[in-house]
Design a binder for this molecule. Structure first.
Ligand code: SF4
Length: 230
């Protein structure tokens, strides 16, 4: 269905044991990939909602232990987040910029800027041990909650909140949410599919400036192809 510059379709997905039917609306005209991120956020929300049904989730506002984990962000989401930051009032941008600079310095000091020989798991454990708060974390709550990255949406736990602060996360029981967010990596044919969210400003200094434009439905099809291949 197309209406006033937008196309809407109902996506029907089988993800593991979950069956999702979710309406998605995207611009019909060619747009940069970042413009379909709101539609992907809605899709991930629908998957998360289906996955958490029947579970008692213990995540609460004001509990930001997991916001010290390594948060992998795709180029497409990085571009969307940069737009979000650019649209903020100058004072907020200055505060954020200082927090990003501090996080970047801490990552460098902890020797975590380069992956080296580390596996994903080893890198995640070392990153969490360094206790580097996400620059978007304010008063232990996400200051960009409606716009938080896809992967942040997919992380929910049912275990007691205090366990989440443990260095090796012993006893932490995440809800089994299918990682739909992974399909955003490589959406724009980038080879290095992700970077740590805390390095958003560092990434922005060297990021590719040229963004391909495609009709919204085409971006969604690429995303779904990436999802079924993952
Ligand atoms: S973006 Fe928000 S939810 Fe995600 S790690 Fe940062 S503060 Fe936490």
């Amino acid at each position: 269905m197309a209406d006033s510059g937008h196309s809407t379709a109902t996506l029907r997905l089988t993800v593991g044991r979950l069956r999702i039917a979710h309406p998605i609306t995207v611009p019909t005209a060619p747009v940069p990939a970042a413009e379909i991120v709101p539609a992907l956020q809605g899709l991930v929300n629908a998957v998360v909602e289906a996955a958490e049904a029947g579970h008692t989730v213990s995540c609460r506002k004001g509990c930001g232990a997991c916001c010290r984990q390594l948060v992998p962000v795709s180029r497409t989401e990085g571009e969307r987040l940069l737009q979000l930051v650019e649209a903020m009032p100058a004072e907020r941008r200055r505060a954020l910029s200082a927090r990003f600079a501090a996080a970047e310095a801490a990552i460098e000091k902890a020797g975590l800027k380069e992956r080296g020989e580390r596996s994903d798991r080893e890198l995640s454990v070392a990153y969490f041990a360094a206790r580097i708060a996400c620059p978007f974390l304010e008063d232990e709550s996400c200051s960009i909650h409606p716009e938080r990255p896809l992967v942040c949406r997919e992380y929910l736990v049912t275990s007691p909140a205090e366990l989440c602060a443990g260095e090796r996360q012993e006893g932490v029981t995440p809800v089994a949410v299918p990682k739909v967010s992974m399909a955003a990596r490589g959406l724009q044919d980038e080879k290095d599919g992700w970077f740590p969210l805390a390095l958003l400003m560092d990434w922005s200094r060297s990021r590719p400036r040229k963004a391909k434009r495609r009709p919204g439905p085409e971006w969604v099809q690429r995303f779904l192809r990436g999802f079924s291949a993952s």
